[in-house]
Write a protein that binds this ligand. Sequence first.
Ligand SMILES: *Cc1c(COP(=O)(O)O)cnc(C)c1O
Length: 390
Amino acid sequence: MHSGNPVFIPGPTNIPEHLRKACDMPTVDHRSALFGDILHPALDGVRKVLKSESAEIFIFSSTGTGGWETALTNCLSAGDRVLAARNGMFSHKWINMCERHGLDVQIVETPWGAALPANRYEEILAADANHEIKVVLATHNETATGVKSDIAAVRSALDASGHPALLFVDGVSSIASMDFRFDEWGVDVAVTGSQKGFMLTAGLAIVGFSAKAMEATRTGTLPRTFFDVHDMSKGYAANGYPYTPPVGLINGLKESCHIILEEGLENVFARHHRIAEGVRKAVRAWGFELCAESPECYSDTVSAIKTPEGFNSTDLVTHAARKYDVAFGVGLGDVTGKVFRIGHLGRLTDVMALSGIATAEMCMADLGLDIRLGSGVAAAQEFYRNGSAS
Ligand SMILES: *Cc1c(COP(=O)(O)O)cnc(C)c1O
């Protein structure tokens, strides 16, 4: 039995009751106009959430990982050069996928905890006089380290060097929770999934393609079948799919966009920022540090918190699940055992965040860490009390 406690993993998020109900539907014919009334508002909603006028939106039954593959296989050919920074587990996995598709990845090794080095990108792009780099990858929010990167700065690096490479952005843990500007930042492909900012179960890969990315699909020759955006486009034109779509989940996405846009994107971003700030106040009160190395790169959707030397952070996560039925995120990859993560994205309130902070404190005390019960809670309470209520 589920305890009813909120989860504090950085995706899947807590699912608002309204969205759970929106996914629970009787079967409808997925080749009917009725399905079109679900699909097209979902596509329009996603476009608005991306802050785009004209991006082509595609929704696959998959996850964010399938969105990465959609971006790569539709636009690129084997041997194409890709520029990417590795600063955490998710950027690492996207690079690994590129390599497995036979792409030639120029990797900028970046400390786990630091943001993407846009300056370094600019030097590399400027030096690439023959324009061999076809795509620049950017992970907007590294979920493993709680690090946000500056996508506008990556755009500037491309523009300053007059480089025509496409810009692919992994926005899986930022889109619909943190400011994302598809058009303004000149993003060519944006990737996300249903279980993070959109607050649904996993099951959808959601991507946006610019006109320039659509143009690149004409020359890219990597094999693609399930994730072919042209097959999908043809389906959409007839209110359908090239295969059977998960209608309930797409209905959930339509409703999710509706509630996000009704709250207002800027209000959603401000709420995430306020809740995250409260968590950060608690971390400071405990005397701990974030994995993210400076305030400009603090993520508003997840905090990766360093635990003291000699303490295995995974124990805290295991203990929280076993004793209190509360889920925190473990450290991944290079930071396994060194950090635990508090996810604070989706439909969270100040009150829910306080319960997570309080639980983390109980676990730390149980496991013998030197913290005073209530210290982080009090710091967050002071902050939430004086911020505007949600
Ligand atoms: C969760 C996540 C992914 C992977 O998405 P899946 O839906 O698990 O395939 C990719 N990138 C980032 C930044 C993520 O947070």
